[in-house]
Design a binder for this molecule. Structure first.
Ligand code: ZN
Length: 197
């Protein structure tokens, strides 16, 4: 029983310490104030990856490379990710090309590469930002009439300018199962083309 509880407590991508602040997503005045707040921070997302600090691909501990929001162009469409216990607001900038940011002291990494090396705050931010980024890139048009949809609710919905419909990100439940017998031996599978071992 204790072992089972340990397994569930160690889900590296189910951590997070930033409250999502859903009540402020459509509050334009609140959003504008946080966009002008020098304490607010922005993470960069592109094609399933986030910009992380440092260039060492083997680093045991990794942190997101966060930029003050006031250094990001005011017309950039930023997704609002939430507010932490110190009242710092976090946003994500969705980039079309990884080359559009300076990577002198940073690098692009996906969740498989750095998910377990991030702390709870950064893991939660990255999971949310990558999921929303994937949805935005693949849901650019209205499913009802085909018109290009527009960014809305601080990135948490897309609105059709032609018929007024609003579209939301899909929630995809996922289950990971460990099959084991009474002797606590796990059943594993592997692809034939993977490297031995
Ligand atoms: Zn439409």
């Amino acid at each position: 029983m204790d072992a089972d509880r340990l397994l569930l407590g160690n889900l590296v991508l189910a951590r997070g310490s930033v409250g999502r602040g859903a009540q402020w997503r459509a509050d334009d005045r609140w959003q504008a104030a946080r966009r002008a707040d020098p304490r607010s921070r922005v993470m960069r997302v592109c094609d399933g990856a986030a910009l992380v600090a440092g260039t060492d691909a083997d680093a045991v501990r990794v942190a997101l490379d966060l930029t003050p929001v006031v250094d990001v162009p005011v017309d950039a469409e930023l997704t609002f990710l939430g507010v932490d216990d110190d009242d710092v607001a976090y946003f994500a900038e969705h980039l079309g090309w990884p080359e559009s940011v300076d990577t002198t002291d940073a690098r692009w990494a996906d969740l498989r590469q750095v998910g377990a090396a991030l702390d709870a705050r950064d893991a939660g931010l990255m999971v949310t930002a990558v999921a929303l980024d994937n949805w935005m890139r693949t849901h650019t048009r209205c499913p009802r009439c085909g018109a290009p949809t527009q960014f809305s609710a601080a990135g948490w919905s897309r609105r059709c300018p032609d018929d007024g419909t609003e579209h939301f990100p899909r929630t995809d439940p996922a289950v990971i199962v460990l099959v084991r017998n009474r002797d606590d031996r796990a059943l594993l599978g592997r692809q034939q083309r993977w490297a031995p071992g």
